[in-house]
Design a protein around this ligand. Structure first.
Ligand code: FAD
Ligand code: NAP
Ligand code: SF4
Length: 683
C-alpha cells in the first residue's frame, strides 16, 4: 500500500482481526445473484469472477444466495447446497479465491414466501405481494427441519472450502417472515411475542456455531430498517442483534428494506450512504464488527462512513461488478481510475429478474471474465473512432489498451455524448462518474483525443486508418403535428430543454413517455433541484423515518411541490413507463406521481395551437382534449446518425457501426458500451 493511500483511507484499508482469522481490510463484497450460481457447469466462470475480485484486494466476499433446501429456493432449480457431492463442485470457486489470497463466504438464502414456486413455505400461509404462490405454513417439525437445513448447509460450506457463511436475515426472506406479525400468525414457540418470533434466527446461528466450530465466519445479515408498515421496532431490532451476537455470529451485516417495500434502497437516485445512520444507531449496542451498506460506491465515501463511527466494515456489491480492482486502485492512490457503479441496475439486477446472467453497464466483462478479455493485439492498427459517447469511449479505450493507435474524434467540446444530458437529470448525478472515469482512461491508455472536430468522410479517408468506427450516435426523431410550424416557439426538443437552450413555462406537455420522456419530466418538476443530494429531503420525499419512532421506519411521504405542471403522453395504450427497467421503473413512476405529473396513454396528436396541444383518444379519435400548456417538448425517440457510412464504404474503408449509429431503437448505454467493447476486443 503506498503512503498516500494509507493516509487517505486509513479506516477502510485497516485490517480487521476476527480472532481466529484476519481480514486484510474493511471491505466486504456483498452478495449478488449473478445467475451463474444455479448450475455447477457455470462454476468455473464464477471462480474466474471471484478470483478477479480477490486479486483486486477485497477483504471478504460473499457469494450469491444458495438455498439450504428445495423449499428455500428463490425460483425453481435455483442454486442450493445440500450434499457433499455439491460441496465438492464448489471447490473450484474456493480454491481460485484462496489462490489469490482472498476470503469468501457462501450466502445461505431461504426465500420463504418470496419463493417463486409451489413448494414455498413460511411462518404462516400469508401470500407475499411479489409472488403468486401462497406458501405452506410450517408445522413445528417443519421449522426444525428448516433449521437443520441451514446448519447442514453451513457444514457443507465449510467442507467446500468456504471461509464462512452469511445467513440471509434481511430483505423480507424466510427469517424476516418469522419476525413480523403480519406474516407470522403462529401461536407456538415460534410465534406470538417478539422473543418467540426471533427464536428462529437465534436458533439457526447458535446451532450453526456449534456445528461448524469457532474458527469459521458466520455473518448474520440483519434487517435494520424493514421499510414496511408492520416492520420491526427499533427495540426489536436491537434485541435480535444482541441475540444473534450471543448465539455466535462473527459479523453483523446490514440489510435495508424488504423486497416488497415501496421505498428505493439501492437505485441511483438514492443518496450516497443514505442508510449508514441506522448502523450508527446499532453500533453501541453490539460488540462484534458491524458492516454497513447501500449506495456506497466510492472509497472516500466509505472512508468517511468508517471515520465517523457509523460502522466497522463497508459492504459494497455492485461497485465490484463495475470495477474488480476497486480496492487496489484505492490502495495505490488511484481512486480517480475507479470505474464507478452508477446505480442504474440495468445490467445487474434487471438481468437477474429476467433470468439473464448479470453483468455491468459500465463493465461488460463482469461475469464474462472467461470470454471477454482485452488481450494485446497481434498487429498494431491505426484506428479512428468517430463519436465520444458511451460506444466510442468504450471502443477507443479498449482498442488502445490492446495496443492500437487510436484517434477519437468528437464534434463537441467534451466527451460523453448523450451522457452529458443524462447527468443533468435530478437523481442521475452518478453519470458524471462515468465521464470522469473515461477522461482518465483515455489518458492512461493513450487514446489521442480530438475534441471540437466534426469529422467528414474525406478527412477520415485521408487519414489512412486501418479501421473506422462510427459511434456517431443519434438524432432526435422529428415528428409532424398540424400547427407546429405556426407555433414553432411553443414546440421544443428535449435537447433544447436539457441543454438549457430553451426555457419551459409553468405548464408543459411531453410527447413520448420512454426513458427520456420520464427523465425530462423529472427535470422539469424538480427545476434543477435534486433530493438525491439532500438526504433529509429525500427521506421526507419517500417517507423514511427513524424506526425508534415509527415501526418499520416508514411514514407517509411528504414530497415537495412540483416546479411546474407536467403532462406525459404516449400513443400506445397501457401504463406509461412499461418499458423502463424492471427494478427501477416503479421508482420513476412513483416519483412522477408524487410530483402530480399527469399521464395520458392511447392519444392521437391532433394539432398545436396558441393554447396548447389538442389530442384525441383511440382508433376512432374520440374524446378530444385540449391540454393547455405553454410548451410542448418532443421526446419521441431517435434515428441513427450514420451519414458518413456510404462515402466511407465507397472509399474502400473498413467501417463499423456501433451504439446508436448502428441501431437507435431500444438503444441504451448498456448496449452501446457492450458493443463498443466487444468490437474493440476483436480488432
Ligand atoms: P451518443 O451518446 O449519442 O454519442 C454520439 C457522439 O458522436 C456525440 O458526442 C456526437 O457529438 C458525436 N458525433 C456525431 N457525429 C459526429 C461527427 N461527424 N464527428 C465527430 N463527432 C460526431 N442510457 C442508459 O443506458 N441509461 C440511462 O439511464 C440513460 N439515461 C439517459 C438520459 C437522457 C436524458 C438521455 C438523453 C439519454 C439517456 N440514455 C441512457 C441513453 C444513452 O445516453 C445513449 O444510449 C448513449 O449515449 C448512446 O451512446 P452512443 O455512443 O451510441 O451515442
Ligand atoms: P423510447 O424509449 O423509444 O421512447 C420514445 C417515445 O416516443 C415512446 O414513448 C413512443 O411512444 C414515442 N414515439 C415514438 N415515435 C413517435 C412518433 N412518431 N410520434 C410521437 N411519439 C412517438 O426512446 P427515448 O425515450 O428517446 O429513450 C432513448 C433510449 O435511451 C431508450 O431506448 C432508453 O433505453 C434510453 N434511456 C434509458 C433510461 C433509463 O432510465 N434506463 C432513461 C433515458 C433513456 P408511442 O409510440 O406510444 O407514442
Ligand atoms: Fe452498477 Fe449499473 Fe453496473 Fe449494476 S449495471 S453494477 S448498477 S453500473
Amino acid at each position: 500500500m503506498n503512503a498516500v493511500a494509507a493516509s487517505t483511507y486509513p479506516h477502510l484499508l485497516a485490517p480487521l482481526d476476527l480472532g481466529f482469522t484476519r481480514l486484510k481490510n474493511r471491505v466486504l463484497m456483498g452478495s449478488m445473484h449473478t445467475g451463474l450460481e444455479d448450475r455447477a457447469k457455470n462454476f468455473p466462470r464464477l471462480a474466474a469472477y471471484f478470483a478477479e475480485r480477490a486479486r483486486g484486494g477485497v477483504g471478504l466476499m460473499v457469494t450469491g444466495g444458495f438455498a439450504p433446501n428445495v423449499a428455500g429456493w428463490v425460483s425453481p432449480f435455483a442454486g442450493r447446497l445440500t450434499t457433499s457431492t455439491a460441496a465438492r463442485e464448489h471447490r473450484v470457486i474456493t480454491d481460485a479465491v484462496h489462490a489469490e489470497d482472498g476470503k469468501i463466504a457462501l450466502q445461505i438464502l431461504h426465500a420463504g414466501r418470496y419463493g417463486y414456486h409451489p413448494l414455498a413455505v413460511s411462518a404462516s400461509r400469508v401470500k407475499s405481494p411479489i409472488s403468486p404462490f401462497a406458501p405452506r405454513a410450517l408445522s413445528s417439525r417443519g421449522v426444525e427441519q428448516q433449521i437443520r437445513a441451514y446448519v447442514r448447509c453451513a457444514q457443507l460450506s465449510r467442507e467446500a472450502g468456504y471461509d464462512g457463511v452469511e445467513v440471509m436475515g434481511s430483505e423480507g426472506y424466510f427469517i424476516n417472515q418469522f419476525l413480523v406479525t403480519h406474516v407470522n400468525k403462529r401461536e407456538d414457540r415460534w410465534g406470538g411475542a417478539y422473543a418467540n418470533r426471533m427464536r428462529l434466527p437465534v436458533e439457526i446461528v447458535s446451532r450453526m456455531r456449534e456445528a461448524v466450530g469457532r474458527d469459521f465466519i458466520i455473518i448474520y445479515r440483519i434487517s435494520l430498517l424493514d421499510l414496511i408498515p408492520d416492520g420491526q421496532t427499533w427495540d426489536e431490532v436491537v434485541m435480535l442483534a444482541k441475540g444473534v451476537e450471543k448465539a455466535g455470529a462473527t459479523i453483523l451485516n446490514t440489510g435495508i428494506g424488504w423486497h416488497e417495500a415501496r421505498v428505493p434502497t439501492i437505485a441511483t437516485s438514492v443518496p450516497r450512504a443514505a442508510f449508514t445512520w441506522i448502523t450508527q444507531k446499532l453500533k453501541s449496542e453490539v460488540s462484534i464488527p458491524l458492516c454497513t451498506t447501500n449506495r456506497i460506491n466510492a472509497p472516500e465515501v466509505a472512508e468517511q462512513v468508517l471515520a465517523s463511527g457509523h460502522a466497522d466494515m463497508i459492504s459494497m456489491a455492485r461497485p465490484f461488478l463495475a470495477d474488480a480492482d476497486f480496492v487496489n486502485k484505492a490502495a495505490r492512490g488511484q481512486a480517480q481510475d475507479i470505474n464507478t457503479c452508477i446505480g442504474c441496475n440495468q445490467a445487474c439486477l434487471d438481468h437477474t429478474f429476467k433470468l439473464k446472467t448479470a453483468t455491468c453497464l459500465v463493465n461488460p466483462r463482469a461475469c464474462h471474465e472467461t470470454e471477454l478479455n482485452y488481450t494485446p493485439a497481434a498487429r498494431k492498427k491505426k484506428i479512428a473512432v468517430v463519436g465520444a459517447g458511451p460506444a466510442g469511449l468504450a471502443a477507443s479505450t479498449v482498442a488502445a489498451e490492446r495496443g492500437h493507435d487510436v484517434h477519437l474524434f468528437d464534434a463537441a467540446s467534451a466527451i460523453g455524448g448523450q451522457f452529458n444530458m443524462a447527468k443533468l437529470i435530478p437523481g442521475k448525478e452518478e453519470f458524471h462518474e462515468t465521464l470522469r472515469y473515461f477522461v482518465r482512461k483515455i489518458d492512461s491508455t493513450g487514446v489521442k483525443l480530438h475534441l471540437d472536430t466534426t469529422m467528414t468522410a474525406d478527412a477520415l479517408l485521408a487519414g489512412g486508418y486501418d479501421e473506422i468506427l462510427l459511434a456517431t450516435g443519434v438524432t432526435p426523431r422529428r415528428i409532424r403535428i398540424p400547427g407546429m410550424d405556426e407555433h414553432a416557439d411553443k414546440v421544443l426538443s428535449y435537447v433544447d430543454v436539457l441543454t438549457g437552450q430553451a426555457k419551459v413555462g409553468a405548464r408543459a406537455a411531453l410527447i413520448g413517455a420512454g426513458g427520456i420522456g420520464f427523465d425530462v419530466a423529472e427535470f422539469l418538476v424538480h427545476e434543477g433541484h435534486s433530493p438525491t443530494l439532500d438526504l433529509a429531503e429525500w427521506m421526507k420525499e419517500w417517507g423514511v423515518a427513524d424506526p425508534a419512532t415509527f415501526r418499520g421506519g416508514v411514514v407517509r411521504p411528504q414530497p415537495s411541490a412540483p416546479a411546474r405542471e407536467v403532462f406525459l403522453l404516449q400513443r400506445k395504450a397501457g401504463k406509461p413507463g412499461a418499458g423502463l427497467g424492471k427494478t427501477t421503473g416503479w421508482i420513476h413512476r412513483a416519483s412522477l406521481q408524487a410530483k402530480k405529473v399527469q399521464t395520458r396513454s392511447g392519444v392521437n396528436y391532433e394539432s398545436v395551437d396558441a393554447r396548447g396541444l389538442l389530442v384525441s383518444y383511440g382508433e376512432k379519435r374520440e374524446k378530444a382534449e385540449l391540454i393547455e400548456v405553454d410548451h410542448i417538448v418532443i421526446c419521441a425517440g431517435q434515428e441513427p446518425r450514420r451519414e458518413l457510412q456510404p462515402s466511407l464504404l465507397a472509399g474502400g474503408a473498413n467501417v463499423h457501426l456501433i451504439g446508436g449509429a448502428d441501431k437507435a431503437a431500444e438503444l441504451d448505454a448498456k448496449r452501446a458500451i457492450d458493443q463498443g467493447s466487444r468490437l474493440a476486443a476483436r480488432l
